[in-house]
Design a protein around this ligand. Structure first.
Ligand code: G1P
Length: 275
C-alpha cells in the first residue's frame, strides 16, 4: 500500500488578508504560534505521509525557509530556556522531505494541482488546502481519509454539511449514502460554487482530497470556467460519473482560515483549548 505524497497548493495571493499578505504568504499566517501550512504538514505526517510537495509562486520564499534549518537562530537558542520553541518545527523538518514547484500564473486550483504533476508522478496522492484548518482530537482528517481510500481505492473528498446560504462558497456533491457507520457517499455529481437555491445538497467539499493520478490527464482536458480558472471540482466530476469518487464526512472540526472570521474563530478555539 503506497500513498506517501501530499500536495499543498500555496500559490494564491491571499487578498482577503491584505495588507498582512503583501510580503508574507497567507499560508504562513499563524494560528497562535504556528503557521497554517505547518498544521497541514503535521496532519500529513500524522497520516504517515512524509513526502511534502508544495506549489508556490512569486513572493513565497518564506515557506521554503520555514521548512529548513535556521543555523544562526538555532545556535543562539541552543541550551537556553527558549530552545523548546523550535521542537515541533525541527521534528517536521526531520521527518518530512520537501519538494517545490512554482505556478507562474494563477489559473485556478485545478491548474495548481496539475502544476504539481512533476512532483507527484503516476501515483495516488493527497491534497491539503492549508487555509482549511482541521482539528480532530483522535485521528487527523487525512489519516481518516486514508482508511477510506484503502477500502475503495478511488478518489476521496472530505465533506461537511454547510448552511444552505453558503453553498456558493464550495464544491457541492450529490451522493448516495454507502455506509452509515463511516459516513461515506458514492458521489454521483459535483458542482463548483452553485448559486444558492440551485444546489442538490448542502454537502460541501472541504480542502482535503485523495486523488488517483488519472486526475492529471483529466485536468489537462478540463476547460477553464468563466473566470478562466481550471477547477478540480470539474475534473473530479469526470471521475464521479464513472463511480470513482467517494465523499467522506470526516470527524472533527474545520475552520475556514481563508476568511478573517474563520481565522478569528480558529484562533479563539485553539487558545481556549490550549492547542
Ligand atoms: C476550493 C474549491 C472548492 C472547495 C473549497 C474548500 O475553493 O474550489 O470546491 O469546496 O476550496 O475550501 P476556494 O476556497 O479556493 O475558493
Amino acid at each position: 500500500f503506497m500513498l506517501n505524497k501530499c500536495l499543498f497548493p500555496a500559490a494564491g495571493h491571499g487578498t482577503r488578508f491584505l495588507p498582512a499578505t503583501k510580503a508574507v504568504p497567507k499560508e504562513m499566517l499563524p494560528i497562535l504560534r504556528k503557521p497554517l501550512l505547518q498544521y497541514g504538514v503535521e496532519e500529513a505526517l500524522a497520516a504517515n505521509i512524509n513526502n511534502i510537495s508544495i506549489v508556490t509562486g512569486r513572493g513565497k520564499r518564506a515557506i521554503e525557509d520555514h521548512f529548513d534549518n535556521a543555523f544562526e537562530l538555532e545556535s543562539q537558542l541552543i541550551g537556553t530556556s527558549k530552545e523548546y520553541l523550535l521542537t515541533e518545527i525541527k521534528e517536521v523538518i526531520e521527518k518530512a522531505t520537501f519538494t517545490y514547484v512554482r505556478q507562474p500564473s494563477m489559473l485556478g486550483l485545478g491548474h495548481a494541482i496539475l502544476t504539481g504533476e512533476s512532483l507527484i508522478g503516476n501515483e495516488p496522492f493527497a491534497v491539503v488546502l492549508a487555509d482549511d484548518l482541521c482539528y480532530s482530537p483522535d485521528k487527523g482528517v487525512l489519516a481518516q481519509m486514508l482508511e477510506v481510500y484503502k477500502k475503495y481505492k478511488c478518489s476521496i473528498v472530505a465533506i461537511e454539511e454547510v448552511p444552505e446560504d453558503q453553498v456558493d462558497k464550495y464544491g457541492i456533491i450529490t451522493g448516495k449514502l454507502l455506509d452509515e457507520s463511516d459516513d461515506t457517499f458514492l458521489v454521483t455529481n459535483m458542482i463548483e460554487k452553485p448559486n444558492i437555491g440551485e444546489a442538490n445538497s448542502n454537502l460541501a467539499v472541504i480542502g482535503r482530497y485523495i486523488l488517483t493520478p488519472d486526475i492529471f490527464n483529466i485536468l489537462k482536458n478540463t476547460k477553464p470556467d468563466k473566470n478562466n480558472e481550471i477547477q478540480i471540482t470539474e475534473a473530479l466530476n469526470e471521475q464521479a460519473k464513472k463511480g470513482n469518487v467517494i465523499g467522506y464526512k470526516f470527524k472533527g472540526i474545520r475552520f475556514d482560515c481563508g476568511d478573517v472570521d474563520g481565522f478569528v474563530s480558529a484562533t479563539n478555539y485553539f487558545a481556549k483549548n490550549n492547542l
